[in-house]
Design a protein around this ligand. Structure first.
Ligand code: CO8
Length: 260
């Protein structure tokens, strides 16, 4: 298996483990990733996973993208189906109702960066290098990059990065909001844990409603977005955690959230 899943202390860890090919995503690996996400969903339902960390095996690479050798010589309809599969797996990651973080410690190119873009957050070590270099292959991103990148960093910057295919260093990535933070090199699990900790103090219900309001609102008009916010904030208001949070405030104690 080139996708390893472990769940410990409320955190799920998915590690891409194909270091000889810099953790490139074959279609087999995409299938394994899909199955791993399903297992994470089950763990979320059981309450055993409250956060998800993605990392890649080896010093060099988070993920160097789709497996280029597999993309060659395929009938166009197979390629279209391949893009659908990649998009579906990454959309499944994006729709998980727990916070996820990609710990980028080396290369994150093409599908590797698209995977990271599907996560709630991205952190990078100083030696991380990122990009969507598909144009250099005569291709364009096909696993969500043309859609998620401009939503994250804006149209002009996304046009520059995608149309040049250039490499973005960690410092620039942080400056333009492509990654949330530069972190010191170290154990990716510890990095992910530390990064997610401030979010995971809160109710998962509130976190999910907040994220849905932002992401759904960004895909629509301001008026419709405000309606989504009204509805989701009213739903959040009805949770037991909202009651607990407000009670804890007036009683001057720390809230004990239960994620419902
Ligand atoms: N696919 C397959 N093998 C790869 C890939 C890849 N994406 N990236 C690296 N490898 C392999 C290399 O071929 C090499 O194998 P070998 O040792 O057998 O020759 C091994 O990994 C190590 O790579 P390098 O020797 O090249 O390592 P360097 O440190 O010199 O360079 C780079 C690292 C810069 C990351 C370089 O390997 C590189 O440019 N890789 C390709 C990056 C890339 O272009 N990614 C985008 C791929 S396309 C994509 O993700 C989406 C396509 C859209 C799909 C939509 C339709 C389905």
């Amino acid at each position: 298996m080139s996708v390893e899943l472990s769940i410990e202390n409320g955190l799920a860890l998915i590690k891409l483990n194909r270091p000889k090919a810099l953790n490139a995503l074959s279609f087999t690996i995409l299938g394994e990733l899909d199955a791993a996400i399903d297992q994470v969903s089950q763990a979320i339902a059981k309450g055993t996973a409250r956060g998800l960390i993605f990392t890649g095996e080896g010093e060099k690479s988070f993920c160097a993208g789709a497996d280029i050798t597999e993309l060659m010589g395929r009938p166009v309809l197979h390629e279209h189906e391949g893009a659908r599969i990649g998009q579906a797996v990454f959309s499944k990651i994006a729709s998980l109702n727990i916070p996820s973080v990609a710990v980028i410690h080396g290369y994150a190119f093409g599908g590797g960066l698209e995977l990271a873009l599907a996560c709630t957050f991205r952190v990078a070590t100083a030696r991380a290098k990122m990009g969507l270099p598909e144009v250099k292959l005569g291709l364009i991103p096909g696993y969500g990059g043309t859609q998620r990148l401009p939503r994250l960093i804006g149209e002009g910057r996304a046009l520059d990065i995608i149309m040049s295919g250039r490499t973005v260093e960690a410092e620039e990535a942080e400056r333009i909001g492509l990654v949330n933070r530069i972190v010191a090199d170290g154990d990716p699990v510890a990095i992910g844990q530390e990064y997610l900790a401030p979010y995971l103090k809160h109710s998962l219900a509130a976190l999910d409603f907040a994220r849905q309001a932002i992401l759904r609102g960004m895909n629509t008009t301001l008026d419709e977005g405000l309606r989504i916010e009204r509805d989701l904030s009213t739903l959040a208001y009805q949770t037991a955690d909202a009651k607990e949070g407000m009670n804890a405030f007036v009683e001057k104690r720390t809230a004990q959230f239960k994620d419902h």
